[in-house]
Design a protein around this ligand. Structure first.
Ligand SMILES: [Zn+2]
Length: 69
C-alpha cells in the first residue's frame, strides 16, 4: 500500500499501487490540473517573447480539437 498526501488539497489517500492513481502525487485529476494551472500561470510570467510561440501552439491545439465528440 502506498500512502500519500495531496499537495493541493492536503487530502490523504491510500492506493495499492501507483498504477491505481494516475494523478499521483495528487489525489485526483482535479488537483493535478489545479497544480498544472498554477505552473502555467508561472510560465506565463516569463518576460515577453515566449508569448508568440504559446499562441501558435494554442492555435494548433484548437485545430486538433475540432473533431466532433
Ligand atoms: Zn487533492
Amino acid at each position: 500500500m502506498i500512502r500519500g498526501r495531496c499537495p493541493i488539497c492536503s487530502k490523504t489517500f491510500t492506493v495499492a499501487k501507483l498504477d491505481d492513481l494516475p494523478s499521483f502525487p495528487f489525489c485526483s485529476d482535479r488537483c493535478r490540473l489545479i497544480d498544472l494551472g498554477r505552473w502555467i500561470d508561472g510560465a506565463y510570467a516569463v518576460p515577453a517573447g515566449a508569448e508568440e510561440e504559446d499562441e501558435a501552439s494554442a492555435a494548433e491545439r484548437v485545430a486538433d480539437d475540432d473533431e466532433p465528440d
